[in-house]
Design a protein around this ligand. Structure first.
Ligand SMILES: O=P(O)(O)OC[C@H]1O[C@H](OP(=O)(O)OP(=O)(O)O)[C@H](O)[C@@H]1O
Ligand SMILES: O=c1cc[nH]c(=O)[nH]1
Ligand SMILES: [Mg+2]
Length: 217
C-alpha cells in the first residue's frame, strides 16, 4: 500500500486539522463538518494527481486548447455517519463521480471494550473495473474499513482503490495494509501514535460522528 501522509508537509491543511481537534472549536458542529469537507477537498486534489489523464481539446471563444483531463470512472463510497462531510468535500471536486453509501458501527456484544463491526445498509453502483474512493474520516483500529471492503466485493472488483481518511492511528494503518490489494493508495491527513482501550485515537479528536451530527442513544 502506498501511504500519502499529507500533513507531513506544512500547508493550510494544518489549520483545518487544528480546528477539528481543538476541544473548543470542534463544538461548533457546522464548522466541524465544513472543516472535514475542506479536508476532503484537499485530499481529493492530492489524489487527483495519481489518476489517469489524456489530452482533450476545449473550445474557447477565441480558439482551442488541449488540456489533460482525468478519465477514471470514479465511485465515491463513504461510511456512515462520519463519512458524510468527507464525502461532500470529495464530491465538490469529483462532481461527476458515482456514489455509494455503507453503514458500519461498533457492536459491543458483552458491553465491554471488545467490539465487532456490523455492516448493514449498502447502496452502491457496480464498482467493477472502476476507481474506488473509500472515505471515512477516522481510521482507528481499521476494522470498519476492512469490514466495508469485504462487503463491497460483491459489487465488483475495482481497478484501483484510494482510501481517504483524516486522522489515523499507526496501528490502524498497519492493520489495513494486510487486507487491501497492494496497489491501494491511502490518502491520510495525519497519523497519531496511540489508541486507547476503547479503540479511540489519542490524541485524535473524539467521536467524529457525534461531533458532526450529535450524540446517539
Ligand atoms: O477504525 P475503526 O476502529 O473501525 O473506527 C473507525 C470508525 O469509527 C467511526 O465511526 P463510528 O463507529 O463512530 O460511527 P458513526 O460515524 O456513526 O459515529 C469512524 O467514522 C469509522 O467508521
Ligand atoms: O477516535 C475515534 C475512533 C473511532 N471513531 C471516532 O469517531 N473516533
Ligand atoms: Mg462515532
Amino acid at each position: 500500500m502506498e501511504i500519502h501522509h499529507i500533513a507531513e508537509k506544512n500547508s493550510i491543511l494544518n489549520k483545518f486539522i487544528a480546528e477539528i481537534r481543538d476541544v473548543n472549536i470542534q463544538k461548533d458542529s457546522l464548522r466541524f463538518r465544513r472543516n472535514i469537507e475542506r479536508i476532503g477537498e484537499v485530499l481529493g486534489y492530492e489524489l487527483s494527481k495519481k489518476l489517469s489523464y489524456s489530452g482533450v481539446y476545449v473550445k474557447t471563444p477565441l480558439g482551442k486548447k488541449k488540456i489533460q483531463l482525468s478519465y477514471n470512472d470514479v465511485v465515491l463510497c463513504s461510511i456512515l455517519r462520519a463519512g458524510l462531510p468527507l464525502h461532500q468535500g470529495l464530491l465538490n471536486y469529483f462532481d461527476d463521480a458515482e456514489n455509494a453509501f455503507i453503514s458500519a458501527y461498533r457492536h459491543h456484544p458483552k458491553n465491554d471494550n471488545k467490539f465487532e463491526i456490523v455492516v448493514e445498509y449498502f447502496a452502491s453502483p457496480s464498482i467493477d473495473n472502476k476507481t474506488l474512493l473509500l472515505a471515512d474520516p477516522m481510521l482507528a483500529t481499521g476494522q470498519s474499513l476492512v469490514a466495508v471492503y469485504e462487503a463491497i466485493k460483491k459489487y465488483g472488483i475495482p481497478k484501483e482503490i484510494h482510501i481517504v481518511a483524516v486522522i489515523g492511528s499507526k496501528e490502524g494503518v498497519d492493520f489495513i495494509k494486510n487486507y487491501f490489494p497492494e496497489n491501494t493508495k491511502l490518502w491520510i491527513a495525519t497519523i497519531d501514535d496511540k489508541l486507547n482501550d476503547k479503540g479511540y485515537i489519542v490524541p485524535g479528536l473524539g467521536d467524529a460522528g457525534d461531533l458532526a451530527y450529535g450524540t446517539k442513544l
